[in-house]
Design a protein around this ligand. Structure first.
Ligand code: GDP
Length: 205
């Protein structure tokens, strides 16, 4: 499986602006600077698709992309479309309480309305234990019964020997098994195939 093509569709601030269609939808979320834009660009092999920057706290919009997949399945090839959704980052230290409340309302509306939402990848920087905002948000998603999966990002930043220990901390803190966590590096491309395989499982459901 691989991505053939990906295109930016729209930045929405209201539900009416979400693009129409009933293709499966996959959302990406995490703290600002976790490497979300880099991961989306890496999966799509498209440098400028999601805007990356070294300065966190970007505009609060829900960005939709259309992604075309090629699947090889039982000796035949199929093409499928899927929506990728880049959600605004949370937990940026400099945002005040009212901004956080606004974020929560905005995000809640998104998660609770979407019937085509098949997976949420919540991104955690592999170097650090999940922070309070990560934990609270993870618990909220699970309480809502939403299909969340953790991706540990920037795996190139730690040595192989530290990997197991870090994964253990992330898993324990969130109350999941280390084996449930996907690992990814946008820099080296490590873990990209596993992430694509995971997405294909959704497409084949
Ligand atoms: P976002 O705010 O979550 O969208 O994060 P970005 O994708 O803009 O990345 C934030 C910073 O981390 C940028 O300076 C990126 O170059 C860097 N970064 C993102 N992913 C990786 C990665 O896999 N490896 C390394 N070494 N740096 C990364």
């Amino acid at each position: 499986p691989d991505v053939i093509r990906a295109e930016y569709l729209i930045s929405a601030v209201r539900q009416e602006q979400y693009p129409p269609g009933d293709e499966p939808e996959i959302a990406f979320i995490g703290r600002s600077n976790v490497g979300k834009s880099s991961l989306i660009n890496s999966v799509c092999r498209h440098r400028g698709l999601a805007l990356t920057s070294a300065t966190p706290g970007k505009t609060q919009t829900i960005n939709f992309f259309r992604v075309f997949f090629k699947l090889s399945h039982n000796n035949s090839e199929a093409r499928r479309q899927i929506f990728f959704v880049d959600l605004p980052g949370y937990g940026y230290a400099k945002t005040g309480r009212s901004t956080r409340r606004q974020w929560a309302k905005f995000i809640e509306e998104y998660f609770l309305q979407s019937s085509r939402l098949k997976r949420i990848y919540q991104l955690i920087d592999i170097r650090h234990p999940p922070m309070e905002s990560d934990i609270l948000f993870h618990q909220w998603l699970r309480r809502q019964g939403l299909p969340v999966k953790i991706v540990a990002t920037k795996s190139d930043k730690i040595t192989r020997s530290r990997m197991k220990e870090h994964m253990g901390v992330i898993a324990r803190t969130l109350g999941i098994e280390p084996e449930q966590i996907l690992i990814h590096s946008a820099l080296s491309g490590a873990g990209r195939d596993e992430l694509l395989d995971d997405i294909v499982q959704i497409l084949l459901q």
